[in-house]
Design a protein around this ligand. Structure first.
Ligand code: SF4
Ligand code: SF4
Length: 68
């Protein structure tokens, strides 16, 4: 099981934009829940986020990260 898959089923973790967001909004377009707000840096609505990790996988800057 990959690191992403392990986190995908761990509901205790969160996704956060850490570091310099380039405001490309690829993550916003990829999020199936519409949980990411188009701000700079982006903000995640944890009430909508299902921890699918798509935003972590697609961010070209690698700044969408898992935090405890
Ligand atoms: S994909 Fe990464 S760099 Fe682009 S808007 Fe999202 S967090 Fe920012
Ligand atoms: S983990 Fe999935 S649901 Fe949560 S903000 Fe990222 S793309 Fe959206």
């Amino acid at each position: 099981m990959t690191e992403f898959e392990r986190y995908r089923y761990n509901k205790s973790v969160y996704v956060a934009a850490i570091g310099k967001c380039g405001a490309c909004y690829i993550c916003v377009d990829e999020c199936p829940e519409g949980a990411i707000e188009k701000s700079e840096p982006v903000k995640v609505d944890y009430n909508k986020c299902t921890r699918c990790m798509k935003c972590v996988e697609v961010c070209p800057s690698g700044i969408m990260q898992i935090i405890d």
